[in-house]
Design a protein around this ligand. Structure first.
Ligand code: AMP
Ligand code: MN
Ligand code: MN
Ligand code: MN
Length: 289
């Protein structure tokens, strides 16, 4: 039977960030950039926040770019921060809005503690400094600190900042309790969306812990996994395509674009999904704007 969408004519980019979280472009700028890159199905997935969705939706409509509302929720699972993307969500759903507000609420305190940790190693003023890069007052992230440290000449680029200062065990890292896996999947699915495990190749899980993540994700009603993302090698993509089949999950794809100068990959530049998986948009046609 022919598929409703031909995978070869869909150029989807279902993961990126705007100034509503830790991206450097406004939602409308991203829409124009995605359109210019040949994307024909786009989602904006800011961290723990959906305040950019209406601007993104309007800008996408204005340039004839099919659009899905999205979000990327921070979750704590087995002492690791895991990201769960939601696609096709209703951005006015009260349960989702309340859950995201709660998830964002600890960021301010964490940022103050990060600045203290950095002050201990001689980097002062990091909180005020990071704030200069924040586009959304309720969403201060490690990325904003990283930009400040690069601008101050402490590191060459943001990757180096993360490696030296902002990852577990480093002076600016502060452990944080995010949403649970069950909460994130529930908020997304109750808002009419599909929950997706973001960039699974990035987590430091043992095979057993990874198996537990996917088993529990399925039990909570999670439906998809990112197979193609800029963080994955081609071996990762092949591995998570197999895992999608094993767990009967749909497959998603996205660049995780943050900035023209920092991101590894631009919008719309990802290779196609492997042939054997079912693309996530097959379950989301009724959610496309
Ligand atoms: P936060 O939600 O404040 O913990 O910040 C997480 C964000 O930091 C991620 O979404 C990435 O944008 C960024 N990030 C995490 N690890 C790295 C890294 N190694 N290099 C560059 N950016 C990173
Ligand atoms: Mn980010
Ligand atoms: Mn992420
Ligand atoms: Mn992301």
């Amino acid at each position: 039977m022919p598929r409703p969408y031909n995978r070869h004519v869909i150029c989807a980019d279902l993961h990126c960030h705007s100034t509503a979280s830790d991206g450097t472009l406004a939602p409308a700028e991203l829409a124009a950039r995605a359109k210019a890159a040949g994307v024909n199905l786009w989602a904006l997935t800011d961290h723990d926040d959906i305040s950019g969705q209406s601007q993104a939706k309007q800008a996408a409509a204005a340039c004839g770019l099919p659009f899905l509302c999205g979000v990327e929720i921070s979750v704590s699972f087995a002492d690791v921060t895991v990201h769960i993307v939601g696609l096709g969500i209703d951005p006015e759903n009260p349960e989702l809005l309340a859950g995201l507000a709660h998830t964002r609420s600890g960021r301010e305190r964490r940022a103050q503690a990060m600045a203290q940790g950095l002050a201990h190693v001689g980097i002062s003023g990091a909180y005020q400094g990071a704030l200069q890069y924040v586009g959304n007052p309720s969403l201060i992230s490690r990325t904003h600190f990283a930009r400040f440290l690069v601008a101050q000449g402490h590191c060459q680029d943001t990757s180096e900042v993360f490696r030296r200062y902002l990852t577990p065990g480093k002076p600016g890292y502060v452990p944080h309790e995010w949403a649970t896996l069950g909460q994130a999947v529930q908020w997304i699915t109750h808002a009419g969306g599909v929950a997706v495990v973001a960039h699974p190749g990035r987590y430091p899980f043992s095979p057993t812990a990874e198996y537990a993540l996917f088993s529990e994700f399925k039990q909570h009603g999670g439906q998809a996994v990112e197979v193609i993302t800029s963080a994955h090698s081609s071996a990762d993509a092949a591995r998570y395509a197999d895992l999608a089949l094993e767990f009967n999950l749909l497959a998603s794809t996205g660049s995780d674009f943050h900035s023209p100068t920092e991101s590894r990959c631009d919008l719309g530049s990802m290779p196609p999904l492997p042939g054997q998986v079912t693309p996530v948009w097959e379950a989301l046609q009724h959610r496309v704007h």
